[in-house]
Design a protein around this ligand. Sequence first.
Ligand code: HEC
Ligand code: HEC
Length: 397
Amino acid sequence: MPIRLRLSSTAKPRAPGSRHPAATRLALIVAGLLAILGASAAEDWAWDLPPGFPVPQVPAENPMTKAKVELGRRLFFDPRLSVTGAYACASCHDPARAFTDGRARALGATGEIHPRGTMPLVNVGYNASFGWANPEIRDLEAQAEIPLFRRGPVELGLLGRAGEVMQELENDAGMRAAFQQAFPEIEKRFSVLHVRRALAAYQRTLISANSAYDRYVFYDEKEAMSASARRGMEIFFSDRAGCAGCHPAPLFMSPAVYVGIAAEPRFHNTGLYNLDGEGRYPEGGTGVFEHTRRPGDMGRFRVPTLRNVARTAPYMHDGSIPTLDEVVLHYASGGRNRGPAGERAARNPFQSAELKAFELSARERGDLVAFLESLSDEAPPYSANSEGGDRSISSRR
Ligand code: HEC
Ligand code: HEC
């Protein structure tokens, strides 16, 4: 049974100046009040989410509209948003790989290597913070600033070129129409702020909820998951393995923010390295420490989603674990704690207390990997979203 994610119209257009029967007057007053309260998006947008999924939090100043999502989608794939004219968000965030790139570390428009790997964007609208280890970026609108403009390394490399790029977009009749529809009430439409807002609106629609796991759990399709994957699920949610403490269902990441639930960013050290016996991680991958310079923040990273994890190899912030089997080994051994010569070193002093070595037979290891593989969407949910227009996003076509 297909899981549908519909973007449905909930309000009929009204002719300006038309007279309304008295009976609808109260409704209009209520609608007006809601609009004042920032809920005007409801006129154009309704989340129709898969079972088990909470409603994403949307900033009041950037309500969801179909036109804005469509503009954001176009911008996400548009190479004019790069210094070379040949690179886009999607060059690193490839929809076919759950918006990652298959590289251990990302490659920027000008050939610079990023110190960390490209993150998946599925369900990114639920994040409490953005980036592997940046506690300060709290919404998608702010995040977009980084790939567009930051140097060291260059991602898209538009620093100092924003005016030029905006002009280029404005010269394109198709883009003029798209910006006009997305930001109808605003004079100065071609601004970086609007680019960021449209990109954010688009990314909030990238919902992943169409895996064998979803069919098994939410649609009661008993045969959706293999016996091995079902055994792996038991292990994943067991106290022995403890995975769900940090990767809870249904999003398999944490912390999550949604309507009614606020959460502060959280980060964990999973014991990938201990270079100096005092917990040091390699340069460029020191985690929250890079931002706070507090010793206890060394090696602390955000918990990434495990949805589509079979498509996002290699793993961890630096792509240093090539396969899911090896990720499972890393956890079962209580953190691989790699020393300076690649040897196993002592336990990292900052390693999360929740991470302890646990017994896992060869068969159970295979089962746990089979479970992780069952979290992949069968068809990218987002691909149906790339046609544009007033449509449904079908997470399974
Ligand atoms: C050069 C490759 C590259 C390009 C181009 C790129 N990104 Fe990224 N993206 C990354 C990397 C690497 C990270 C992780 C950065 C970090 O925190 O270390 C990331 C992280 C993100 C995140 C945070 C995800 C999360 O779960 O926290 C978002 C959102 C994002 N990118 C959106 C975009 C958008 C929108 C664009 C286009 C304007 C874009 N990216 C262009 C490589 C890229
Ligand atoms: C204490 C919290 C915590 C626990 C418990 C935990 N994880 Fe993680 N997990 C993380 C963090 C943090 C990362 C990212 C670490 C990094 O990149 O340095 C991660 C990364 C991963 C990744 C790589 C994802 C990617 O896109 O690169 C996989 C796979 C994974 N965990 C699976 C598991 C499994 C399976 C278990 C149980 C055996 C588990 N995790 C237990 C916090 C946790």
